[in-house]
Design a protein around this ligand. Structure first.
Ligand SMILES: Cc1cc2nc3c(=O)[nH]c(=O)nc-3n(C[C@H](O)[C@H](O)[C@H](O)COP(=O)(O)OP(=O)(O)OC[C@H]3O[C@@H](n4cnc5c(N)ncnc54)[C@H](O)[C@@H]3O)c2cc1C
Length: 459
């Protein structure tokens, strides 16, 4: 008889595991509260990147004049401003997210996966309880994701004080937006709304934006954002956010106050692991409530796996999906390689974008790995000049003896696409010479990746 796999949570951690399990002949049930796709599709990645698509178009338009394009109004006068219709943008965002969720539901259906709508909870002896139903399983995957963190002193009201899940209800452009938090989510929203022509203040508790990213990359980003008019408040820790009528006030711990019309809270995430019956089932969590897993997604309880944001391993949709697949390859006896975080490529969708893979500059500087680095500004790239791109760089790290590429950073437009050759080099242990010798198109931004690799050639 086929194994029965029950998956709690229909985000990328859950639905990708479901596809693998179905492919390997298991009977699969996914339990989900909000609609398959999870937060990734309904409130986080897909909506934010759809909003950012509009922001990118607006940002590109600012270079139009330099490239020789003028805008005129219907009477032929020079147009001095372009404006975004946020209501239409957000309607498109919601429609696209709903369509994507429906696509995923259709694919699960095609694979014969049963989807049960409801809140799942672990029961005794490898069971999952959903309402009145008890699902018996041979293996369970917990993939319940995470939710925006809020503070008692900074409570969202869904109108002017917003979590990132609530911004798509805005129908009018905020007059003055304050984004609290300068991690990836805060930086992406601040950058996007700035590109949409909105007055943005970014409140950062650290001395630079994106404290977790490559320092050279965040310096470029901060420089671009301030040049484009963003008010970046460094070393400014939020104490509270309050609303009085149409005014929102962010009070900082040093007593300063910043006022605006709207505020987005980007204070990180908390795992959706409360009331899941984890403790009774023997599933260990850490002090933050994240489920402890090994590199093949096993929890401390036999037969129970966990994947995605609820494990806090690396909160990315791509990692959630891989953890889910690995769990099923492992349980169902297929070939499996343990999760290797040094091969994960990731991207910050700001303007410019910041893409990274492998070992970081911080690790190299701390002596965790011996590596040579080269950094090449994009400004010297012929294609960049043609496109009016001045900001950004390519950075590569390789091992001094073998020349094997162990990491890289790309900062620039569409860095998310440009990182892929570096990612392949890291995954396949290619040398800088091998990366350099592959043809690139002339002129192209990717030419800078090959050029950086050439500079790592040792005689
Ligand atoms: C604003 C933002 C933008 C992001 N952009 C990107 C990006 O561009 N690229 C990227 O790789 N990552 C991105 N991420 C991260 C990405 O969204 C997460 O890593 C990803 O959603 C994790 O997937 P998951 O399957 O673990 O959880 P989720 O996508 O959160 O799905 C979990 C699902 O489980 C459901 N659930 C919870 N509890 C239960 C229960 N008890 N019973 C049944 N169902 C339950 C939830 O309702 C949800 O539907 C972004 C995150 C944010 C906040």
């Amino acid at each position: 008889m086929a194994d029965h796999i029950v998956i709690i949570g229909g985000g990328p951690g859950g639905y990708e595991a479901a596809h693998v399990a179905a492919q390997l002949g298991a009977e699969v049930t996914v339990v989900d509260t909000d609609g398959v796709g999870g937060s990734a599709v309904l409130t986080d990645c897909v909506p934010s990147k759809t909003l950012i698509a509009t922001a990118e178009l607006m940002a590109d338009m600012t270079t139009a004049q330099e490239l020789g394009v003028n805008f005129h109004d219907h009477e032929g006068d020079a147009a001095t401003a372009i404006a975004v219709d946020l209501g239409r943008v957000n309607a498109r965002v919601k429609q696209l997210a709903a369509d994507q969720s429906a696509d995923i539901a259709a694919r699960l259906d095609r694979d014969g996966v049963r989807v049960v709508t409801g809140r799942g909870r672990l029961g005794p002896d490898l069971t999952v309880e959903v309402g009145d139903e008890t699902l018996r399983a041979d293996a369970i995957i917990v993939a319940t994701g995470a939710a925006p963190r809020t503070l008692p002193s900074a409570q969202p009201d869904g109108e002017r004080i917003l979590t990132w899940e609530q911004v798509y209800d805005l129908t009018e452009v905020p007059e003055k937006l304050i984004v609290v938090g300068s991690g990836v989510t805060g930086a992406e929203f601040a950058s996007a709304y700035l590109s949409l022509g909105i007055d943005v203040t970014l409140v950062s508790s650290r001395d630079r934006v994106l404290p977790g990213e490559d320092a050279d990359a965040s310096a470029v980003l901060e420089d671009v954002l301030t040049r484009r008019g963003m008010n970046v408040l460094g070393q400014s820790r939020m104490q509270s956010v309050t609303r009085d009528g149409d005014t929102v006030t962010v009070t900082l711990t040093d007593g300063r106050r910043v006022s605006g019309s709207h505020c987005i809270l980007a204070l990180g995430s908390v795992p959706n692991t409360a009331d899941l019956g984890l403790e009774a089932a023997g599933v260990a969590t850490d002090e933050g409530g994240f489920i402890t897993v090994d590199r093949v997604s096993r929890t401390s309880a036999r037969g129970i796996y966990a994947a995605g944001d609820c494990t806090g391993v690396l909160m990315l949709a791509s990692v959630a999906a891989m953890q889910g697949r690995i769990a099923m390859w492992h349980f169902l006896g297929d070939a499996v390689a343990p999760l290797d975080l040094k091969k994960v490529s990731s991207n910050v969708f700001t303007a410019p974008e910041i893409a990274t893979v492998g070992w970081s500059q911080k690790a190299v500087d701390a002596g965790e790995i011996d590596a040579q680095a080269v950094m090449l500004p994009l400004a010297g790239n012929a294609r960049a000049k043609m496109q009016g791109v001045r900001d950004g760089f390519v950075k590569l790290f390789c091992r001094p003896g073998t020349g094997i590429v162990v990491g890289g950073v790309v900062v620039g437009p569409r860095a998310s696409e440009l990182i892929h050759p570096v990612s392949i080099a890291v995954a396949e242990s290619l040398t800088a010479d091998q990366l350099a010798q592959a043809f690139t198109v002339y002129p192209s931004m990717s030419g800078s990746i090959a050029e950086a690799a050439r500079r790592l050639h040792r005689v």
